[in-house]
Design a protein around this ligand. Structure first.
Ligand code: FES
Length: 142
């Protein structure tokens, strides 16, 4: 950031079979999406443990987007339902710190490059409005 507009740092967990493929499709189709995202490929959204999200925020991410296959489409049958349950728990936990708005769960299929562009742009703009996170300061109560 050089005195200009705040550019959020966003970590995206993307499942290999749907969301990562959808992001890849956006790339190969030259569909524009924000450059602020750092993609972390996981085999399934159900593999995203809350600790991984907290670690990303602690390490400097301003927001975390978890993406997976649509309900009913998970390649491991119920991984995305597990992701949903963990997400709700995580939102509760982060709510205690006033940070529940920093994390979002979205479904993006392998054929939804356009949807990925919308979802990621919307989340980046949402975090931009919230401003930088500075989690260490929040944790230390400053
Ligand atoms: S493989 Fe995509 S959410 Fe499970």
């Amino acid at each position: 950031m050089s005195g200009g507009e705040f550019e959020p740092r966003i970590v995206v967990f993307a499942c290999n079979w749907c969301s990562y493929a959808g992001i890849d499709l956006a790339g190969t189709s030259r569909i524009k999406y924000p450059h602020n995202v750092r993609i972390v490929k996981v085999m399934c959204s159900g593999r995203v443990h809350p600790e991984m999200v907290l670690k990303a925020l602690e390490e400097g991410a301003d927001g975390v987007l978890i993406t997976g296959c649509h309900p009913g489409d998970c390649h491991y049958i119920s991984g995305n339902y597990k992701a949903m349950r963990r997400y709700l728990l995580l939102k509760k936990l982060l709510g205690e710190l006033g940070l529940s708005d920093r994390v979002r769960l979205e479904w993006v299929s392998a054929s939804e490059g356009e949807r990925w562009a919308r979802v990621s742009s919307d989340f980046v703009e949402h975090i931009r409005k919230l401003g930088p996170l500075r989690l260490k300061e929040v944790m230390e109560g400053e």
